[in-house]
Design a protein around this ligand. Sequence first.
Ligand code: ST9
Length: 615
Amino acid sequence: MSHYRSNLRDLEFNLFEVFGANERLGTGPFTEMDPDTARGALAEIDRLSCGPLAESYLSSDRNPPVYDPATKTVTMPEDFKKSYRALMDSEWWRLDLPDELGGAGSSPSLRWAAAELFLGSNPGAFLYMSGPGFASILNRLGTDDQKRWAELMISEEWGATMVLTEPDAGSDVGAGRTKAFENEDGTWRIEGVKRFITSAEHDLTDNIVHLVLARPVGVDGVGGPGTKGLSLFLVPKFHVDLATGELGERNGVYATNVEKKMGLKVSTTCELTFGDQEPAVGWLVGDVHDGIAQMFQVIEYARMMVGTKAIAQLSAGYLAALDYAKTRVQGADLTEMLDKAAPRVEIINHPDVRRGLMLQKSYVEGMRALIHYTAAWQDKILMAQNGVEGIDLDMAERMNDLLLPIVKGVGSERSYELLATSLQTFGGSGYLQDYPVEQYIRDAKIDTLYEGTTAIQGLDFFFRKMVRDQFKSIFYLAAQITETVKGEAGNGQLSAEREMLGKALEEVQAMVGALGQWALASQENISEVYKVGLNTTRLLMATGDLVIAWLLLKQAEVAIAALDSAASDRDVPFYQGKVATAKWFARNRLPLLAAERAILESTDDALMELADESF
Ligand code: ST9
């Protein structure tokens, strides 16, 4: 049996019943993909994800890729290669491509729904499928020759990587020391060592195209300190005859180590050395020195992907725990605890197991809604860029920017935390490799780390997405939540929860206000900024809970309307579950925000003044 349990019903509920994908699909840039075609695509992707794609998930953890330091090559496990082939042969990666590159006319929201299925089934395989996604970005940013590279990356199904990190430049990308020297023919010679590079060596594809940040040497106006001195280079593993697409000589970029990791073992994490024995030749992307901004186009995409991966893995963990709880018989019902001969019951009947299941369910479904809400803004961005009228492109971009650190930061933190609750549902059995949850936990931990740690997401959320945005998008979001607080949908059944949502909104607004005050005060007294820094992660997580509660309530409104009309017998428990989940989350999680606000408002200088030796 497949390790993977998907939730296609909830994906379709988000897409078509809550966030209106049916109104966007089949129109504007998505003309080729009408709602029926999209449903058909998701059904097929679901079959692939629960079937052949999932088959090597467990085995490739036990028998991970093998690195040979003599040849600096990696041999991938055979059964993983079969899963990867099934994924590539399905060609669903075309959902990610624009029309001019042979895309399927998909909307971002359909693409992220599909991505959840792939990432829940076999996240490592999805990561190796990076070529098409990176080709779209190269096609957008590149010169004519680089657009040809993009075509070849797609037609030849080559792999691709993003290459930022160095041993002494992790979160601080601007500390990178890898250098680029211009050759007389206009190409560049890259020299340096990069670290933690995902998919940088493997034998799944004939070529790998690296997008590398390096500091140009001897060029006026660029190459200075920090991120702004970095430029972006295309550096292939093999040279290529661009006219024919034929591979030429090996380029001087080699994987000089592959890390041994806690999880996601099938995904190679490489040290990549440039120009050690032979020159590593690269091309300046777009022929412009604008590296960090260009790389952030990849990073934004990847941050959305990481949040989706985290939530996909939590969903799989929750559904595995739910199955177990429905079948595992242990102990008597609590009402019969005094009768030692009372019949034993399935553990789903025990109150504490139910509490744990609802905690998982509410976060899984709330965070899935967050992905779809964010993706709906991405749909609107693409529509506005393609001439569809009546969309505020500026606000759509601001909202997408605001939501990305929540998707990535909150999604990954809550998923990792709650996968432990999934495991707990199994009792001691959850600790065994007989069940997939211990691997889900190991494989999900990376999500709080790569593509910017949670601390980085918290800083980005406050300083860039609020202060630099002049609080425009957060005010817009608050106005949207207020509409729900003041609304009347839900047939009178959600009034208490609306009130709780209103109170939670006030708590978060007060937290934003306090951080804003400290940021302002730091202009007079710079150390005030520490109080901001002590609370950016708290604010990120609190806003996450607020948005999750809001989206669960919006889902409950839709569910109540469906129950009041003619929901099929099969759908009744699904919709009733939606209403119960929204109510539970509002009652059990939102009151905690008052405590978070109180803690935040009581922040003083003590922690920063404590001597390092006293820790
Ligand atoms: C990594 C790899 O972790 C993980 C695996 C990836 C695998 C990807 C595979 C994808 C698969 C795809 C599959 C496709 C198939 C699809 C099928 C579909 C069905 N937003 O604040 P400043 C820019 S890689 C936008 O001064 P500092 C901006 O240009 C490692 N832009 O920063 C800005 O200039 P300005 C990941 C932003 O203090 C400039 O940066 N590493 C943003 O110099 C400078 O900004 C990290 O993520 C933003 N949010 O540097 C690094 N922020 O202000 C984490 C900045 O003029 N560290 N820019 O606009 C950071 O993010 C730091 O905050 C820092 C600080 C480096 C930016």
